[in-house]
Design a protein around this ligand. Structure first.
Ligand code: UFG
Length: 316
């Protein structure tokens, strides 16, 4: 397998994957509509197309001009809150995936690694969450991810395409490329903005949950560990759905404490209301990832905070 098409290759995770693939000696073709992605993050050795996956003709051209062996599909809109206000926009996640699968059939590409999410599980019925946990997404974003998983599974059956759908828990850390989210909605970028003076303060969304310190527990996984799992997934010969997390939970208050140590000074935060739709605890079982991919995470939450802080500091 030589040539890999990376959709969303200019984004936070996609650009990290492109870098890792290039370093491993793969030829990489990137498509990205640059709605959130940054072209400068795309490794210079990769071939870049500014294409939106809903533009089927443009996508056809990409497949025609290249000899693609496998696809890593990251491109998607991903803001949970926005997805509950604009289903029309988030339906493009589904339309784009159908177009991509159609092209894979047309050009006989028979392997896809898909960027799915723990959002497919919805409110957890138990922790740690394994892949057999029921899938009942509680936002439209999560629904689009689950729907795309189903489409991929069916195309896989009908057209003999191998797939690995990877359900990410909370991806964090800097890949080394210094991606700064221009409109930070996730906790670690928000903490870094508060710590570097880019925002007044962090608001902790509730501290009356049934957790060890009352704030929500999440499973943060380093972006480079995550990317490594995708590269391992290219080499397996079965179709799988696999969680990617560390199996280790961190509370929001623990994040604040660890970030204070790393930044070396206190920053402003206050306890606010709970955010609607936030489960108290989401932690992955990563047993399957270990067994099937031979993968295990190497970075812990301190490493993730450190690399993110470095990236934010550089950008001040
Ligand atoms: N949080 C705060 N204050 C903030 C922002 C977040 O206290 O200003 C808390 C949240 O309440 C939550 C934790 O920090 O407990 C993490 O919140 P994020 O918004 O960073 O992440 P989520 O867990 O809500 O969701 C993330 C991704 C989703 C993905 C999900 C899978 O954004 O796309 O992980 O676990 F589906």
């Amino acid at each position: 397998m030589k040539q890999i098409l990376v959709t969303g290759g200019a984004g936070y995770i996609g650009s990290a994957a492109v870098k890792a693939l290039v370093e491993k000696g793969y030829e990489v073709v990137v498509v990205d509509n640059l709605s959130k992605g940054v072209k400068e993050l795309v490794d210079k050795k990769a071939k870049f197309y500014k294409v939106d996956l809903i533009d089927k003709e443009a996508l056809d051209n990409v497949f025609q001009e290249n000899e693609i062996d496998a696809v890593m599909h990251f491109a998607a809109y991903k803001a949970v809150g926005e997805s509950m206000e604009n289903a029309v926009k988030y339906s493009d996640n589904i339309k784009g995936t159908i177009n991509l699968l159609d092209m894979m059939v047309k050009y006989n590409v028979n392997k896809i690694i898909y960027s799915s999410s723990a959002a497919v599980y919805g409110e957890p019925k138990y922790n740690p969450i394994d892949e057999k946990h029921p899938t009942e997404p509680c936002n439209y974003y999560g629904f689009t991810k689950l729907e795309c998983e189903s489409l991929i599974r069916w195309y896989g059956k009908v057209h003999d395409i191998d797939y690995v759908s990877l359900r990410y828990f909370n991806v964090a850390g800097d890949s080394g490329l210094g991606y700064i989210d221009p409109n930070a909605l996730n906790i670690i970028p928000i903490i870094m903005e508060a710590a570097t003076g880019k925002r007044d303060k962090l608001i902790i969304f509730g501290d009356d949950y049934d957790t060890r310190d009352g704030s929500c527990v999440r499973d943060y996984i380093d972006v480079n560990d995550l990317v490594r799992a995708h590269i391992l997934a290219l080499d397996i010969n079965s179709s799988e759905i696999i969680n990617l997390g560390t199996s280790d939970g961190t509370t929001v208050k623990e994040l604040v404490k660890a970030a204070t140590d790393i930044v070396g000074k206190e920053f402003n935060y206050e306890i606010g209301e709970r955010r609607k739709g936030d489960p108290a605890k989401l932690v992955a079982s990563n047993k399957k990832a270990k067994e099937i991919l031979g993968w295990k995470p190497e970075k812990d939450i301190k490493d993730m905070l450190e690399s993110t802080f470095k990236a934010y500091n550089k950008n001040l």
